[in-house]
Design a protein around this ligand. Structure first.
Ligand code: PBG
Ligand code: ZN
Length: 319
């Protein structure tokens, strides 16, 4: 109690504050999402995500080199394919956009390549699974996810990151990978992925907005938190190597609860609209770098081991 206890003693100087600081972050803990568009010749701005580009395959080698030079270690790849169909077959084309990007990453850099694994960018209807009788069908989708996983592993992916929120997807992918002898391919599972309007700018960037209905029959309801713990528990049993909470900054309560219940590495995904909101507001708030820094610390303080953020490149450039 005051006056024997004085909290300010340990805040006296920068060195003292650094000594007692509880959370450390580093570039090695940040994952940069990269949009690769097969239809482009030149990089193209994403209107809803200021500062983020869609890249043609031809620009990847240089960009990966730049990220590496900045001290980053991992990228999360998203593809925008030439063609879409009801079954999303371009997702497991050995010559598909992500497969090509993975080869480039493998051959030209030492970055950890993480391939987002979903169907929404590859299906003409924009859903994350196959449609049967007007509904997103769980079990037939699992087989396709297995094919995509194997195809990404063949192309050199260090990790696959299933984001479609089908039940049983992690187990299906693990058994497909193992059957094809890719026993060391890591699964980073989007375990607690909420149905969120914060994905708006991403869907614009990746052209993956569903053409009918929404994703509420497979992604989580944002009113729930116990359900997130159940999702994580299931993914652990199914064989996820890394579990994830997504979105990030609006969901730090979930991050901190998941941190308490899992021993597995925990990833947090600070999503596109979180990026856009902060990006658009920081200039007005007169503290661009500082606010971005604070936004990057928050998920780590809540218990994250790694953070997927569109600010990764900015952070690496500025800190
Ligand atoms: C694909 C996928 C999405 C995001 C990551 N993977 C979009 C969605 O589920 O609609 C969102 C990422 C972001 O908003 O930054 N399923
Ligand atoms: Zn999807």
């Amino acid at each position: 109690m005051f006056p024997t206890e004085r909290m300010r003693r340990l805040r006296k100087s920068e060195s003292m504050r650094d000594l007692v600081s509880e959370t450390q972050i580093s570039k090695q803990k940040l994952i940069m999402p990269v949009f690769v568009d097969e239809n482009l010749k030149e990089p193209k701005k994403i209107d809803t995500m200021p500062g983020i580009l869609r890249l043609p395959l031809g620009a990847l080698e240089e960009y990966f080199g730049r990220l590496e030079d900045l001290g980053l270690r991992s990228v999360l790849l998203f593809g925008i394919p030439k063609s879409k169909d009801p079954a999303g077959t371009s997702a497991y084309d050995p010559e598909g956009v992500v497969q090509k990007a993975l080869h480039i990453c493998d051959e030209s850099s030492r970055l950890i390549s993480i391939a987002d694994l979903c169907l929404c960018e590859y299906t003409d209807h924009g859903h994350c699974g196959l449609i049967q009788n007007g509904k997103v069908d769980n079990d037939s989708t699992l087989e396709t996810y297995g094919k995509i996983a194997t195809s990404y592993a063949e192309a050199g992916a260090d990790m696959v990151a299933p984001s479609g929120m089908m039940d049983g997807q992690v187990a299906a992918i693990r058994s497909a990978l193992d059957a094809a002898n890719f026993r060391d391919t890591v699964i980073m599972a989007y375990s607690a992925k909420y149905s969120s309007y914060l994905y708006g700018p991403f869907r614009d960037a990746a052209e993956s907005t569903p053409k009918f209905s929404d994703r509420k029959s497979y992604q989580m309801d944002f009113r729930n938190s116990r359900e997130a713990l159940r999702e994580v528990e299931l993914d652990e049993v199914e064989g996820a190597d890394i579990v994830m909470v997504k979105p990030g900054l609006f969901y730090l309560d979930i991050v901190s609860q998941v941190r308490k219940m899992t021993k597995k590495p925990l990833a947090v995904y600070s999503v596109s609209a979180e990026y856009t909101m902060i990006k658009n507001a920081v200039d007005l708030a007169l503290a661009q770098k500082e606010i971005i820094n604070e936004a990057i610390y928050a998920p780590f303080r809540a218990g994250a081991d790694m953070l997927i953020t569109y600010f990764a490149e900015f952070y690496a450039e500025n800190f």
